[in-house]
Design a protein. Sequence first.
Length: 652
Amino acid sequence: MRIFLQFILFCFVTSVQSQLIVSNGTQVSVANQADLYTSFELINEGEINFASTSIGGLYIDAGLDNSNGTLTLNDAILYLGGNTGRADGNHNLIFGSNDNAKFVELGKNNGTLNVTGGSLSITNTFTSNSGTLNAGDRVILKSTSIDNTALVPESTEGTINSIRVERLIPSERAYRFMSSPVTTDQFIFENWQQNGLNPSDPDYRDNVGTHVTGGTVADGFDQNQSGNPSMYSFDLQAQNYVPISNTKTTRLINSEGYYTLIRGDRGVNLFDNNATPTETTLEQTGSLYIGTKTNSYTLPSNEVFVLLGNPYQAPTDMNAVIGASDPSFKNQMWIWIQTDYTSGQFVNIDDLTNPITNVPGSNVTKDLQPGQAGFFQTKNGVSGDVSLTFNEADKVGSENLTETFSVKTNLVSSPDGFLRIGLYDVNSIPFVDVAYDGIIVKFDNQYSNTVDDYDGMKFFSAEESLSVLLNDTYLSSNNRKLPDNLDEVINLSFFNLDQSEYVFSVELEGLLFLPNGILLWDKYLDSYTPLTDQGLIHFNIDASLPGSSASDRFALVFEDATLEVEDHFFSEVNFYPNPIVGNFLNIQFSEALNGKKVEVEIYTINGILVRREVFDTPEQMLQLSHLNFSSGVYMLKLKEENKTKTFKIIKK
């Protein structure tokens, strides 16, 4: 028998057992926009099939037993309770051995649904409106790719217990900053470690779970050659990572962040550091968080970092969570990305309202991904007890899912101009590949030229790094005033450059009012390169030459003559003795200076200022004394008003 339902079908079946039975051999087909609704227990021993074009729904207002039937929903919604009084009460759900639904909604005004058999895989969205679902580890929010990860969109209320949530991890041996959208029922050992299963175990599944090392077998740890820890929490008070001490007694906590080495699934050979990594899926089962989430912290000092995990199984707009007016937290975040097999960097967004990252090629956005953790910093002057609150309305949709460990970005403009510089090796493709590291400088007169809450602090990795150095502080992002003083110098700093040749990529927007634009000053070569949008600058490193590999070799300037100009405001200058054999130098002008103030500065060849003196009422002859610095080549800079001239001098 075949029943075609073109409209809403209300099944009011009167029977002793209050059941609606689809018997073996019966096929119920639901087409177009029709719904199938039952307020009695639905026992399906035949086939219930929603057409592929159907946008209707199956309403279960009582129990379900699909253990011996076939249920094909396609794009139809599975309603676990129809938000009416008829759905009240406690009922059992028995699914088939592997039922699937794209869309599921929980809507029971009162009562509990208990999943007691089979399994249901949700592939798109699960929405919680009201009621309680005890999933019994038989309802799974699937993750089969980054774009195909089941989400929990904005929901009103409800309690969801013992639901299993998956998170696919790409096949790359790398540290990840992870979080859990549930507080697990059991411990790490039963969740991410899959009960310690190995390929020889009968229940082992490929591409599921991972190893956690760093302790004894009794404490739940997998054993490897080094014994090094592979999973850490973050200690707010000490501001450092702390290894997990026991995976058999430690639960995954909703909204906490974990720093975790994921080598692949549990089939990876732990005694081979060159073992091929595999794709794996981390599973966690527990109580899904629905509703407002407030995280409270007692700060050890001001401007501390908090490692925060996304509490929701959905991308979450962190600009909506924090916002520019948050009293305690800077509207910034730092997200770790893996750039290749062995390397990674922290990507900083210094203004979540205008989210430009400092690292070219990264696809980090202001949306914290499901299963992801990031760093957030408290403001200067904030101490004591603070809190950060997530709201359901902060969730965003599946179009905001990104591959959090990879390669693409969308650039957003800043008000008056920005400069972004990426650091690449010569074998990479700038603007396409993820840079080793990068900096971004944004210009707007709302900012200051001191380090403040608008600037993004630098998180260093063990690999090549690039930063802005301002007032002895390393920055990933520097927000500063528009340059009206063309003598400004923005110092850059790099570390861990172990190759002989690198490339700077340049992205530049605005700042067209500057007469000479922005230039990259190479202090080692004493050269100036104008920066252009989409430009590339190659440079070499010779570790045997201190100036070539000096961390402060490069700076940004706004004149092509910060230390060398063609505006000869002095008709002729003589200075002696040169080389300097003692600790003094005479500077003689061929014309009287007529009382104009003169500034004299001496720099090392690497641009470090070693002496500065101002002559307010200079004479035709000036003398510098106490020049007791080491032997070498120096740059002597003379400045009158906005005019400068530079000479090379030698100190014996």
